[in-house]
Design a protein around this ligand. Structure first.
Ligand code: SF4
Length: 998
């Protein structure tokens, strides 16, 4: 008899794992992967990737599969709450929805009847911005934005003003054909599964090189063929040095530049004149080039023109002009961009820069990718095949989150364009509905507002010159966040990081209600957390009223922001509601064709909560907002968001969803409302996608068939060629205004800034904080990265994910640390000009020697997210947010600009400069600063020592349940004190199964 007889584990090989499987869309991060949710006994049993879904093709990341534990989080809010104590004390009473909505209606109705701008409506990682923005427009307030201003607006704006598309959501590498992939400053937080799938293809094919440019080698960079550990904030200088090398060695695609870009457009040379730097145009407004065969100016948009790219020309009216390429080449051939000149500043050796440039040139021009597919260009010219330069690039937060990020991203796009690697085989490709005209319409609305009146358009848009700014006659900003003002004119996503500060300071004015959704502004979404808590709680000494009088907040979870609001509207989890991932917003298209998706409720809420979008539509009807009520004043979408998704039309025939439109459901893109549309989506796995014919898949900016299709779909106003804008005339218009031209000029204090940073060609300048502080006193750069298993602050309520990361350390380069006398596991202070935080050190090699970094949003305030007060997130987790100022140091005249990019207003999180000081022995052990523990909201679930999941499925064995000991997939979501990760609600102290949170 075997000694193990009786001990063998009984494994049930074919358990009945689900009563039902429903498809929906993941929301554990922003990538919008398709998922299949296994349901058993009315509960969520298991989540897997949907193999049919175009975004993830079945791939599921750690976050996605752990969605069960967000859905079951003890931090879920359970009922509307009304503040009864002081703001910040976390004292609430539960109220009914009717009371909550009536209160919100009263507060908001008063504003709308008197001064709509007194509502500031800002949403966080909201995937329904086409609804929320439209709601704000119907309300009549200009003060709306989502979180893009502190996330990625530099990437978006630079792309939209250069290529008519952008990295991530509006474009992707041609993973199947690219042979050289450069990734600039990306952690795993965005485009997560698609990039993993793409990198998997590259690695499997084995014939492509992957170069990661990032001060930190973690995540994707860990599998890169070459890691370039650049000094933070110098990526633009590296890109321009590569441009220098390509120009110097004459490795640029002149044919591509002539055909598809404004490189040949003539730029007027009239120093001091009002037209200096503008594009020379004919009487019809067409840009001019110089036709080399006819030796005269010609319409640059004509297919017959034979443009030259260099040489000063005299126009008919006597003015002088040169092609944009001439200006560009002269600038970047300057020795200041030579590899030897930038090596020390970037931390990248001159030899490496020269080698990378040579590799790019070789791959682009000696390893062309050819697809034997005829296609027709915008002018009707036939091309026998598609020839591509197989260089692709991708960039994200590490580029975006610097005060020079807009120009850095423009520099990367310049590099791509010079190589001719835009939307070609092997290059970087647009995703529908992009490319769009450069810059795309519409312009921002909000020049004026009136009581009980909708805004003239959507609050966010893309300015093309000073006339589009939202400023008073004296230049004062019209928006509370100062977006579209002279401080940062192209702030296409708003400046959410400045709203609370400006509202508190009443600069440019105060607001009556701050209405926020899904934005943890009292913690990891704000710079200067201690200051922000003050702004939220500060009172007027005369009236005793809060300086921000009323705060309405909607969130699904007990985040740090909840105690700082007055009225809480509890949201559902993503598995309990309808959602729409729309072509009007940020869809799931790929380079192969358009796509959109929905979320459907796979389970019903077991709490008294409502989907925020339903609540917003309800409030819209209660307030009588046009668009939310019919001619009789009755609610137009009484069925809530699902009703709106199906029946709303933004333009005739164009609604939130593009699939299965028309009464018979046979139209896509445009078509009448189809009452069965959601059913059709559900039948198809909750998404719609269409594959473009191969002849339309490349060169979309100039592909006749594609442009005709895009115009028919309403994505572009007409089928005209989209000319890539290396030289940006809109930027020059702002610069001319700063130089004293035109009727609209910046106030004196902003002139020099606009003149400097609105250069029509990409520039590099030192990040603002680095330029402002004493770099001897603050010699290090400090950054955050995101672990692939966490998305912003949500991960720390997740019993599975926080077992992987429940605390964070400060990572320092080994050699740097040795020089400082700092050892592994030492406790240190990280000191900036704005404050200091304390944390524990981990040494590593894969980080730039002048840089320290840590994981973002792991540190939590005690009591928030219903973590126990001694959870490691609070005792050994820390945030760099505490020491990042939302304002730059004062200028000589006392003016303090926001800590943002001067072009777009993008929050400059990564400009932070610090020094690291070793703690005294008695200071080691706990992170600082700490804040008072937040009390639990009323009647929330009892905090559990241990959160397990799955016990409810073990009850009845064969007839549906699976004994816990017999199915390894049913293991408890607990762990011991692994690798220094101590208790929180996810960690287990003793053996044996326990019932956990249901
Ligand atoms: S990448 Fe994001 S959307 Fe996709 S499965 Fe992971 S968490 Fe979900």
């Amino acid at each position: 008899m075997s000694p193990f007889e009786g001990m063998r584990e009984q494994v049930m090989l074919s358990p009945k794992e689900a009563d039902e499987i429903k498809t929906t869309t993941c929301y554990m991060c922003a990538c919008r992967c398709g998922i299949r949710v296994y349901l058993k006994n009315g509960g969520v049993r298991y989540i897997e990737g949907n193999p049919d879904h175009p975004v993830n093709k079945g791939v599921l990341c750690a976050k996605g599969s752990a969605g069960i534990m967000n859905h079951n989080s003890p931090a879920r809010l359970t009922k509307p709450l009304l503040r009864v104590g002081e703001r910040g004390a976390g004292e609430f009473k539960e109220i009914e929805w009717e009371e909550a909505l009536s209160l919100a209606q009263d507060w908001l109705g008063d504003i709308r009847r008197t001064d709509p701008k007194k509502l500031a409506f800002f949403t966080g990682r909201d995937q329904s911005q086409s609804l929320t923005g439209w709601w704000a427009a119907q309300f009549g307030t200009p003060n709306f934005a989502a979180h893009g201003g502190f996330c990625s607006v530099n990437m978006a704006a630079a792309g939209l003003y250069t290529l008519g598309g952008a990295f991530w959501e509006f474009g992707e590498p041609d993973w199947d054909h690219t042979k050289y992939f450069m990734m600039w400053g990306v952690a795993e937080d965005h485009d997560s599964n698609p990039i993993k799938i793409g990198l998997g293809k590259l690695k499997t094919r084995g014939d492509a090189k992957f170069v990661a440019v990032n001060p930190v080698r973690t995540g994707y960079g860990a599998i890169a063929d070459e890691w370039i550990g650049i000094r933070p904030g110098t990526d633009g200088l590296l890109a321009l040095s590569l441009v220098h090398e390509l120009l110097r060695t004459e490795n640029v695609d002149l044919d591509f530049l002539s055909r598809y870009t404004n490189a040949p457009w003539l730029v007027i040379q009239n120093p001091g004149g009002a037209d200096d730097g503008l594009i020379a145009r004919d009487a019809d407004g067409n840009p001019l080039c110089w036709d080399g065969e006819k030796n005269q100016a010609a319409n640059a948009l004509s297919a017959e023109a034979k443009p030259v790219l260099a040489g000063r020309r005299i126009l008919e009216d006597g003015r002088q002009a040169v092609p944009a390429f001439d200006l560009l080449a002269r600038r970047y051939l300057d020795p200041q961009y030579a590899p030897d000149a930038v090596a020390e500043r970037t931390g990248v050796s001159a030899d490496t820069i020269r080698r990378i440039a040579a590799e790019l040139a070789h791959t682009a021009f000696s390893e062309e990718v050819v697809i034997e597919q005829p296609w027709t260009d915008w002018a009707g010219r036939k091309h026998d095949r598609m020839v591509g330069r197989p260089i692709s690039m991708h960039g994200m937060r590490g580029i975006s989150a610097h005060s020079n990020g807009f120009h850095t991203c423009r520099a990367i796009h310049l590099l791509q364009v010079l190589l001719g690697s835009i939307d070609c085989p092997g290059g970087w490709r647009y995703k529908a509905p992009f490319p769009r005209p450069i810059p795309p319409g519409p312009k921002p609305a909000g020049k004026e507002w009136h009581p009980n009146t909708p805004l003239g358009g959507m609050p966010l848009g893309n300015p093309t010159g000073p006339e589009d700014l939202l400023v008073e006659e004296d230049g004062t900003p019209k928006r509370i966040d100062k977006a579209y003002s002279w401080e940062h004119p192209l702030s296409a996503h708003g400046l959410m990081h400045m709203v609370i500060h400006n509202a508190w300071k009443k600069d440019p004015y105060g607001v009556d209600v701050l209405f926020m959704y899904m934005a943890n502004m009292a913690w990891n979404s704000s710079m200067n957390v201690p200051g922000t808590l003050h702004y939220l709680t500060d009172k007027d000494s005369n009236t005793g009223e809060y300086k921000i009088p009323k705060i309405i907040y909607s969130d699904a979870y007990y985040s740090e922001m909840v105690p700082y609001a007055d009225l809480i509207l509890p949201d559902t989890t993503y598995l309990e509601r309808w959602d729409c991932i729309s072509l009007l917003d940020r869809p799931i298209s790929s380079a192969h064709g358009p796509g959109d998706a929905i979320r459907q409720p796979v389970v019903k809420p077991d709490r008294d909560v409502r989907p925020f979008q339903d609540v917003l539509i309800d409030l819209g009807a209660r307030l009588g907002l046009p668009g939310f009520v019919d001619a009789e004043g009755d609610a137009k979408y009484p069925g809530g968001y699902s009703d709106y998704i199906v029946n709303h039309e933004r333009l005739p025939g164009i609604g939130p969803l593009a699939g299965w439109r028309g009464e018979d459901g046979e139209s896509h893109g445009r078509g009448a409302v189809n009452k069965d549309q959601l059913d059709r989506y559900i039948e198809n796995g909750c998404f719609w996608s269409a594959e473009l014919p191969l002849e339309h898949q490349y060169f979309k900016h100039a592909n006749k068939g594609y442009l005709d299709y895009a115009a028919g779909m309403g994505w572009v106003p007409n089928a005209e060629q989209i000319v890539l804008q290396l030289y940006s005339e809109p930027l020059q218009k702002f610069r001319l205004a700063a130089q004293g031209h035109g009727p609209l000029q910046p106030p004196e204090e902003h002139r020099a800034r606009v003149d400097t940073y609105f250069d029509p060609l990409p520039i590099w300048y030192m990040p603002f904080e680095e330029a402002a502080v004493d770099t001897d006193a603050y010699p290090m750069h400090a950054l955050t990265q995101r672990p692939m298993q966490m998305y912003h602050s949500w991960g720390s309520q997740n019993a599975w994910l926080r077992q992987i990361t429940a605390r964070n350390r400060l990572y320092i380069n080994e050699e740097t640390a040795a020089a400082m006398g700092v050892a592994d596991e030492d406790w240190v202070w990280v000191v900036s000009h704005a404050g200091r935080v304390k944390g524990q050190v981990k040494l590593m090699n894969g980080v730039n020697a002048d840089t320290v970094w840590t994981w973002n949003a792991i540190g939590k305030r005690k009591g928030a997210w219903r973590l126990s007060a001694d959870a490691p997130e609070s005792t050994r987790g820390f945030l760099l947010n505490h020491i990042i100022s939302e304002l730059l140091p004062a200028k000589e005249d006392g003016l303090r600009y926001s800590n943002s990019d001067p072009v777009t207003g993008q929050a400059a999180w990564f400009d932070l400069r610090v020094r690291v000081e070793k703690c005294l022995p008695e200071e080691a052990g706990l992170t600082e600063p700490t804040f008072d523990a937040l009390p639990s909201p009323p009647n929330g679930p009892t905090p559990v020592e241990e959160l397990t999941y799955g016990a409810q499925f073990t009850k009845s064995g064969r007839d549906g349940g699976v004994p816990m000991t017999e199915w390894i997939g049913n293991r408890r979501e607990v762990s011991g004190n692994v690798a220094g990760i101590a208790d929180g609600h996810g960690n287990r102290k003793g053996p044996g199964p326990k019932d956990g949170h249901k």
